[in-house]
Design a binder for this molecule. Sequence first.
Ligand code: SF4
Length: 331
Amino acid sequence: MRPISYSRAIAVADAVATVASDPTSDFLAGGTTEVDLLRQNVFLPRRVVDINDLPLTQIEERPDGGLYIGALARMSDVAEASAVRERFPLVAEALLLGASAQLRNMASMGGNMMQRTRCSYFRDGASPCNKREPHRGCSALDGFNRGHAVLGVSDHCIATHPSDVAVPLMALDARIHTEGPQGRRVYAIDDFFLLPGDTPHLEHPIAHGELVVGIEVPGAPVARTSTYLKVRDRESYEFALASVAAAVTVTDGVIEDVRLALGGVATKPWRARRAEEVLRGAPANRETFARAAREELASAHTRPLNAFKAELAERALIRVLGTLTGTESTS
Ligand code: SF4
């Protein structure tokens, strides 16, 4: 039994100051990941600062047609917000597919950005794992890695990023707002999630005591024609084997604008920039979609157990693009 002290903060500055001053402390929001990790002795703080009373639950309109979502807005509130459903359906769908109703009612948007991998070797607290204990080795490289990543991997870690909603947020160029010992910072979402490289224990560029306070989603007319497809082993309460967040506009049969990101196959929410380049200005047909998907997955680094993921992601991409453009409904 490890004693853990607990306190509740009512102001962002107090929460930041308390955690920043104590390297053994951390924030506690919805707790839907963190409490599991506490119980599994993977997350080992001596002190937690409960931030659920902080005034960070807003969903605000931005002048550019975008939204600012407070870090403590619950997944369920964001999924049900009419502005999200109408202008950013890919975000609403990812939230609804991302967790059970009970979890959505507890889990916060900021916590979702900070959630840890589901790699079982990381979570068992005993197997060698570079993410949990730097330089211990990676048990997944030659272990059971069917669910592990094929994009953005390194020789030190192949853990899949687990978030659903971070995938459409990546496609939409969201920005992550933080408050920390150095004041307010804003990160492009692609910079907020780090590739494992040779430091898989570092997942974000933020300092100890730096708190995610909000997520800015820029206005994007293309997002009105968007969706999120999640492919998984069973229909509920399961993480993605591959997922696609996509938004597309087509004029006279030509793809005018497109945003694409992949989940379930990469070590971070994966912006599919190669595919976007192929698609932009090209005819909206299956041939184009297949070429885009192939080029995006060309850099996949697979292992025997997870090799199927590259083809699964390609097929998911082709299917989503066909559905959104009305050119076909299945791949
Ligand atoms: Fe740890 Fe990453 Fe290897 Fe999983 S894949 S055991 S998280 S180093």
